[in-house]
Each structure stands twice: as C-alpha cells, then as structure tokens.
Design a protein around this ligand. Sequence first.
Ligand SMILES: [Zn+2]
Length: 348
Amino acid sequence: MQLRTKQLISGSAAMMLSLSALSVAAQASCANKSSIGVSRTITIDAAGGKLYGGLQYTAGDLLRDGEFILTFDDGPLRRYTRKVLAALKSHCTKASFFMVGRMAVADPAMVREVESAGHTIANHTWSHKNLQRRSARRAAGEIELGISAVRIAAQKPISPFFRFPYLADPKAMIAYGKSRDMAIFSIDIDSNDYKTKSPGRVYSTIMSQVRSRRKGIMLFHDIQRSTAGAMQRILDTMQREGFKIVHVVSKAPVGTIEEFDVQAQALHDKRRTVATAKAIGGGDYEKASRPRRTIRRTVVKSSDRKAIVSKAAAKRSNAFPSRTSAIAQPQIRPQPKADWRKNVWGNN
Ligand SMILES: [Zn+2]
C-alpha cells in the first residue's frame, strides 16, 4: 500500500514535470520571439469549493508578484472573441473564458474554437441573471443549465470554475458552489470595458492597475469591442515590462446533472434545427416557427421530464448524482435576440 502511494506521488510529480516541460516547449516554439507566453500553469483542486479574487474574497491568493490571470466573461461572441483569441495566440498565452450558456448555444462552434486553442472553459450561468434577485432554487438552475449548455457545446468536460454575473454572490449560492466542488472566481483588476468603446481607454485602465497592483485576476469581456481592440497592445506592453501570465486549469472537470443535460441538449438541438432550416431556405418551416413558438417548444414539459431523464440516466455514466428536486430548471421565455443581449450586458 505504501509502495503504491509512493508510485502515485512520483507519477503525479512526473506529470507536473512533463507539464512544465510542455509549457517551456510551447514558448520555445512560439513564432513571436517577444511573446509573453505562460510563465506557469496552476492546477486547482476545487474539491470542497474554492474562492479566488481579492475584490470579494481574501482566501486563496494564487499569485506572486508580477503574475496575472486573464479572464474573459459573457461570450463567446464570434466577432470579438476571435480577435481576443488572435491576440492570445500571437503571444502564445492562455486565458480562462467564463461563458454564458445562452451564448454557447447560439454559437457552439466558437466554444470549440476557444477550447481547442487550449484555454480554460468556465461557467457564467445560463442567461446572466443577477442571482441575488433569484430564489436559491432558480439561482441553482441558472448555474446548472449554464454548465450543461457550455459543456455540450464544448463536446468535452469543462472546468468547475464559476463567476457570478455582476459579481453578485449570495451566501446560499457560495455554499451551493462549494457543495458542487466549484472554484468561484471574483476579480482583482477590472478593465471596465463595458463602459467604453475605446480600446485606448481599456488599455490605460488596465495598464495603470497592472503597474500599481503588480498581480491579480484581470476581468475582460470578449463581447466588447474595446477589449477586442486593446488585447494585443496590452499583452505587448505587459511582456515588454516583464509581467507574467499564469494559466489556471482544474484538476477535475465539473460534473453535470442529468435533467439539465437533457434540457441543454434540447436547446442545442432546437437551435441546430432552426439554423439548418434557415440554411436551406426556410420557407414553410420558418413561417411555421415564429420565435415565440420555436423557443417555447424547447422547454421540456415537466410531465415528459421524468421519462426523458430516466432514459438519459441510463446513457450517462459520469453525470453528477444529486437530489435535483431542490433546483428549478430555468423557464426559457421567448425574447427577441437583440433585446436580451442589450439587457444583459450592462455590467460584469
Ligand atoms: Zn458577466
């Protein structure tokens, strides 16, 4: 038994060594000779729950002097997420993307693009509601449908990292996150990119904090033009001034709950059906499915849910076992696309 434990330890030490060797190799092969790269990768064991980010939490300071973590919320949104990815790629560096489930359903290919570039995929709820203003049941539902929707889009398990919309963190939901072995990320440095369209403004807001604070979790939004336009210059300057980027990854992926997987899968399927119908010219299908009816039909009726869930349960082996009666599935109400984006993205 002792021998076995020893072997396990040396095994994980070997893995850590090979990981750091990989990161050095990645930097060495970077086409950009003045890239910021990834100075180190921190593997977070989120079991039992973790809290990071000095704005709200004092526990769990991950960083040393000169080290920063890049985080992007609210996406993906192709036209800006792509620009952010390009800037990160040119510096051979890695970030964490806290995605909104609804955005993932709208563009699952973009989720995969972020994932396959090696960035950490994390959750930012299903529809960016302020959980402070929701019952615990509904708030938990927002978190769970977000996890399932992003996970299905990624076609891979995702990290147990979570950020509250508007950084609004009710105590009950912090406790819930802990019960689900999630690492909750607040922030240290805010780009305030949603308040401006100017990349220059975001650049100076960020750089002044980088120089004065000298470490921290940085908050950007990859749905903001200002951030998309500023990212290259921010990384260029940080590299020139000797600052470092640290990549956070999770030891284990987040588990999902079957009934939310079922609901998220239905939403993904519906979106694909509508997209296919549009691609082949719509016609009768489009006429027959005005937004109101289209979206309503994506909600799994509670009478059907039991049957679907038990069917799905048979299929899924890695689903998170839980008493789900205490969690409400979000009601997907029809809302014009432009409206919800505008209403949602007023803040963090
Ligand atoms: Zn947000």
